[in-house]
Design a protein around this ligand. Structure first.
Ligand SMILES: Cc1cc2nc3c(=O)[nH]c(=O)nc-3n(C[C@H](O)[C@H](O)[C@H](O)COP(=O)(O)OP(=O)(O)OC[C@H]3O[C@@H](n4cnc5c(N)ncnc54)[C@H](O)[C@@H]3O)c2cc1C
Length: 408
């Protein structure tokens, strides 16, 4: 990264800033704006706490956009800032360092947006990209079903053209933020009798209609980040198919590549903040003097350094979401983060077993521990990532059932 004097607060990124100027600008913007009515948002909305200050976090996301900070990576002709990868990384670093709140619009902005840009018609881009960018419409991801998780090609939700519209019937599950979403991108089987990855289409479906029922699923944290979603002859326009009808598998794979790559940029810094919090907790509880826990804390620090080095190396080499490197990164961070939750509980000691308040109010470390159980599942489970590495990095024979259609 080039070095020059950090720049005073400006309205947002502008073309031609050096990396240091860009860093200075986002740092001072966050310091100035994460204040007043937004001061209380620091640290809000993390894992297992997605319900916190939701309305205010939407206002914050809109403020970020109004100042020109989002969507950072989209091309300019689609309403983005076209900021280079390195500066996107700097943005996420500074964002996490400032303790800025978890974004509410990430599914639309970071997953669907790039996929719409790659596969959408000009009309679809005009219809949806501005509403995503200005945070006026929120999206959810309708891929998983009771019978189709890792084996995503088993999707059974049906879409058929009827009366000039798509009619959708079936069930999705584990649908994050469906209870607040305006739209859902739904992987549906649109060619009756088709099998596996053939005959699927990516349909863009409005959530607020009589044919859609959302039922929250209560999670270990006591909160409901995800839901069951039932489609009972739900409808969407005939033009609301992303990519060609029957080509949904290609579109879905593209989106999943984005999910495991660029969208995870800010993580390492959030992890660093959590790690620092655990070190501070260890000093308070006396765990820092315990030989076994000290060793585990040191190991966690080494793991974090490895993670950061690997992430920077692979993003620089191959770009986000590319190849088996994305699977290695997913495995590394998911395992590390899950173990961090376990370490937090051991550092907290016996007090960690008691809820912070009645009836079931958990503290930050208890939520980290419990929500961390999901890290090795979503975005492709550990076993699936190992299968991808075995096949793509090592050239080992694939499992027969995994030849077409495992979430990869
Ligand atoms: C917090 C969270 C948020 C989520 N949000 C969304 C969302 O917004 N939208 C959405 O569509 N989905 C979402 N999911 C679902 C997620 O993508 C699935 O849980 C995941 O793909 C695994 O599918 P499954 O739960 O059906 O488990 P299964 O696929 O049934 O797997 C069960 C176990 O079997 C193992 N296994 C399966 N196949 C193989 C194989 N071939 N080889 C070896 N082991 C195997 C798995 O690793 C796992 O341990 C979310 C999940 C979580 C935890």
């Amino acid at each position: 990264m080039e070095r020059s004097e950090p720049e005073a607060a400006g309205p947002g990124p502008s073309p031609g800033l050096t990396d240091e100027q860009f860093r200075g600008r986002i740092r001072s913007w966050l310091a100035e704006n994460l204040a007043g009515e937004f001061a209380g948002l620091r640290g809000a909305g993390g894992p297992g706490r997605e319900h916190e200050a939701f309305g205010q976090r939407i206002a914050w996301d809109r403020k970020l956009h109004a100042a020109g900070w989002t969507p950072l990576g989209w091309p300019r002709e689609h309403g983005g800032q076209a900021v280079p990868l390195c500066q996107q990384l700097i943005f996420h670093e500074e964002y996490a360092l400032a303790g800025a709140p978890a974004r509410v619009s990430h599914i639309g902005e970071q997953l669907l947006g790039p996929t719409l840009i790659a596969f959408g018609t000009p009309e679809q881009r005009r219809r949806f990209l501005p509403a995503i960018a200005t945070v006026s419409e929120l999206w959810c991801q309708g891929f998983s079903e009771p019978g189709a998780g890792s084996d995503l090609a088993s999707v059974a939700t049906a879409g058929r053209l009827s009366g000039g519209q798509w009619e959708i019937t079936g069930q999705k599950v584990w649908t994050s933020l469906a209870h607040v979403a305006d739209w859902c991108f739904v992987l549906a089987r649109t060619e009756p009798g088709s099998r596996r990855s053939a005959g699927l289409s990516m349909l863009l479906v409005p959530m607020r209609q009589p044919g859609v029922t959302v039922r929250p699923i209560r999670q270990l944290t006591g909160t409901s980040e995800f839901n069951e979603v039932f489609f009972d002859r739900a409808r969407t326009g005939a033009d609301m198919v992303l990519g060609d009808p029957g080509d949904g598998w290609r579109v879905a794979r593209y989106l999943l590549g984005v999910e495991r790559g660029a969208a995870t940029f800010g993580q390492q810094i959030e992890f660093r903040a959590e790690f620092d919090g655990i070190v501070a907790l260890a000093r308070r509880t006396g765990a820092a003097a315990d030989a076994v826990l000290r060793e585990r804390i040191a190991r966690a620090w080494v793991g974090l350094e490895v993670l950061r080095a690997y992430a920077l190396d692979t993003i620089a080499e191959a770009g986000p979401g590319a190849g088996p490197e994305a699977s290695v990164l997913k495995l590394l961070w998911a395992r590390w983060h899950k173990e961090l939750g376990e370490l937090a509980m051991d550092v907290a000691g016996a007090g960690g077993m008691v809820a912070a308040a009645e009836p079931y109010e958990l503290d930050q470390w208890q939520r980290l521990y419990l929500f961390g159980r999901t890290d090795t599942i979503y975005g492709g489970s550990d076993e699936i990532q190992l299968g991808i590495i075995a096949a793509r990095a090592l050239g080992l024979p694939r499992e027969p059932a995994a030849t077409a259609g495992v979430r990869a």
